[in-house]
Structures are given as C-alpha cells and as structure tokens.
Design a binder for this molecule. Structure first.
Ligand code: FES
Length: 170
C-alpha cells in the first residue's frame, strides 16, 4: 500500500518568487490587450493555483484593478487561490451514488489517501472533493480523477485505482 499516512505533515509548496511570476507573464506576453480569463487559466496551470502576487502583477500588466480581478476569480469555481493537490478527486455523493454505496467509496478514498474532504495529500498529488452529481448516475457509485470517470466502484476498486494512478502519474 502506498505510504499516505495522515500523520505526515503536508508541506505547502513554496509560493512562486516575483522573478518566476514575471518570467511566466513575459512568456505569455501578457499586455493590456490580453484576455483576463485566459491569463488566469495560464497562471493557474503553471502554479496549480493563483498566488496573490501573480494576480497583482497580472492586474498591473493588464491595467485592470485588482478588485476586478478578485471579482472574476471568486465568481468562477475553476479558480483557486490556495495551493492544491495536482490531481483532483471528485467523489459523487448524489442520490444515485448514495443509494449504491457512495459512503463506503468515500470512506475508502479517505482511508487510502489519509485525508478528509477539502484536503490534499502530503505529497501534494491529490486533492479530495465531494460533489452532488457528476452526470453519470448510471455508473453509480462514481468518482472522477481530473477529467477521468471511474464507475461501479467498490472500496477494493478504489484502492487499486488510486495505487495504479500513483504509479502511472508520478
Ligand atoms: S448521483 Fe452520482 S453521478 Fe449522479
């Protein structure tokens, strides 16, 4: 079994330096003509989240007030302002999944990773969320890892899926 002990302390990644932020925004050629949402997506893709100093620099280069940038960031669920695990696991707790044993599946994920909902693993690999429905009720109980669906889950399958995922996505 992978070492995912909850007793390990999660080391939050160091925030990017001003030089790293400037270098990224230079490479993206961010200017007042750039698209804000696209630039936010690019910054998040690079750093895994939106570090506040990057938002500040983005606002300066786009000539957009920081308050407006924060408004956009907080409006869209796709944006994160805190560091997160690299891969997001979304366990469905909707009605169809609940009836088919989602509780046992979620317990198995938490046990295997050693984390609770809303947390990331100590190695920063996984972020765990629960959601109301992922739109594939016929596969209940379901979880997603990033954009990949895993259905008809059992606690045993969860364990092997997560262990395989770690091996295949180091
Ligand atoms: S309730 Fe789980 S996928 Fe719809």
């Amino acid at each position: 079994m992978a070492d995912t002990s909850a007793t390990q302390e999660t080391q939050a990644p160091a925030p990017p330096s001003d030089a790293e932020i400037a270098s990224l925004l230079d490479s993206l050629a961010v200017s007042p003509e750039s698209n804000l949402i696209g630039a936010l997506q690019d910054v998040q893709e690079r750093f895994g989240y939106l570090p506040p100093p990057a938002l500040q620099e983005l606002g300066r280069r786009l000539r957009i007030p920081l308050s407006r940038i924060w408004g956009v960031v907080s409006f869209y669920a796709q944006f994160y302002t805190e560091p997160r695990g690299r891969h997001t696991i979304r366990c469905c707790r909707g009605t169809a999944c609940h009836v088919k044993g989602a509780g046992r599946v979620i317990d198995a994920v938490q046990r295997e990773l050693g984390i609770e909902e809303g947390e990331m693993t100590p190695d920063l690999m996984f972020q765990l969320e629960t959601v109301a429905c992922v739109g594939t009720c016929f596969l209940a109980p379901v979880m997603m890892i990033d954009s990949q669906y895993f259905g008809n889950l059992t606690p045993q399958r969860v364990q092997s899926i997560l262990q395989d995922y770690r091996t295949q996505n180091p």
